[in-house]
Design a protein around this ligand. Structure first.
Ligand code: SAH
Length: 221
């Protein structure tokens, strides 16, 4: 693990997380780096206390503001697709901070996560949460993720956790040469998980699972 290590926090729920990891393996997740991080990340601390007992089920859960914490399988799959086979990307842009679970998983695998959220209240809460969990290699930005975060571009990796109807042009422009973007693309209730790899001016696009993410909305709240 890199900069952040959540091992030690949430030891009591380790057994339930190990069962979750087993389920993710059965569903086809093979990247041991990703599985190890999911095993050590206390997902129950990212949801409301009342939902804590369901935190290690492989489902999305509500986090308020009409948003959800992503299903662990999708967090694992998207992280695996972003990492690829070789050296993990160093600097990663995440669009859709939400409760910060995906952010915390990423932060344990890459050097720096630049994360953008459009809902101020959610962002404030998550900034505090990740600070308390001692995840320190994350930079937060309140803004419209459709525009990316140009100040720190280009990024070796871009991970988008809300769905636009098509790939936003500014995000493509902020992807480094050799960089990879993982993004759900499509209609409101059904999208295709899409991976875009840049080599020079060439973009290679591959499509993966059908998914159902909340929409990527314009502007801030
Ligand atoms: N990454 C989260 C899931 C977040 S749900 C997890 O780990 O579970 C998607 C998030 O994207 C929501 O918080 C939503 O407010 C945010 N979002 C939607 N449109 C956005 C935009 N244009 N810019 C930034 N964030 C956006």
């Amino acid at each position: 693990m890199k900069k952040a290590s959540l091992a030690g926090i949430g030891m009591t729920s380790l057994r339930t997380r190990q069962r979750l990891v087993q389920r993710l393996r059965e569903k086809g997740i093979t990247d041991n780096r990703v599985l190890a991080v999911i095993e050590s990340t206390p997902r129950h601390l990212f949801v409301d206390e009342a939902l804590g007992s369901r935190a290690y089920e492989d489902t999305a859960l509500p986090i308020g503001h009409n948003q959800t914490i992503s299903q662990p399988y999708l967090v694992a799959l998207m992280t695996s697709l972003l990492l690829g086979e070789g050296t993990p990307p160093a600097r990663v842009l995440e669009i859709g901070t939400g409760c910060g679970y995906q952010t915390a998983v990423l932060a344990q695998l890459v050097d720096t996560v630049y994360t953008v959220e459009r809902i101020a209240a959610l962002q404030r809460q998550t900034t505090v949460r990740l600070f308390q969990l001692r995840v320190r290699n994350v930079r937060f930005h309140l803004g419209d993720g459709l525009l990316g975060w140009p100040e720190h571009a280009p990024y070796d990796g871009i991970l988008v956790t809300a769905a636009p109807p098509e790939i936003p042009e500014p995000l493509l422009a902020q992807l480094a040469d050799g960089g990879r973007m993982v993004i759900p693309v499509g209609a409101r209730n059904l999208q295709r998980l899409t991976v875009v790899t840049r080599s020079g001016e060439q973009l290679e696009v591959t499509q993966h699972d059908e998914v159902n993410f909340v929409p990527l909305l314009r502007g801030t709240d």
